[in-house]
Ligand binder design. Structure first.
Ligand SMILES: [Zn+2]
Length: 93
């Protein structure tokens, strides 16, 4: 298969990929919630909640995938000066 063909899976392939990802992540989350609750594993329950967040993100991405691409605006010096300075949040990983 040519490289060009590998890069474009098309709308049907994209919808299928989103559908399967959402289905499998939801199924994994349900199993993790059930097993985690049954055995009192906070790690499994926490990962299940994380995976449900992934499912929400996939749903948003799937909904956005049918929309036209967002145009990038060039930032003017004034816009850059007015932009807030984002500080990295401390994270516990
Ligand atoms: Zn994740």
């Amino acid at each position: 298969m040519a490289l060009h063909e590998q890069q474009h899976i098309g709308r049907n392939g994209l919808a299928s990929a989103f559908r399967w990802s959402i289905l499998l992540n939801t199924a994994l989350s349900v199993v993790q919630l059930l097993v985690g609750t049954a055995f009192g594993s906070l790690a499994l329950v926490g990962d299940a909640v994380h995976n449900l967040g992934d499912v929400a993100g996939l749903g948003l991405g799937w909904g956005r995938s049918g929309s036209p691409p967002v145009r990038q605006r060039s930032a003017s010096p004034t816009a850059l000066a007015a932009a807030p300075s984002w500080q990295p949040l401390p994270m516990a990983c």
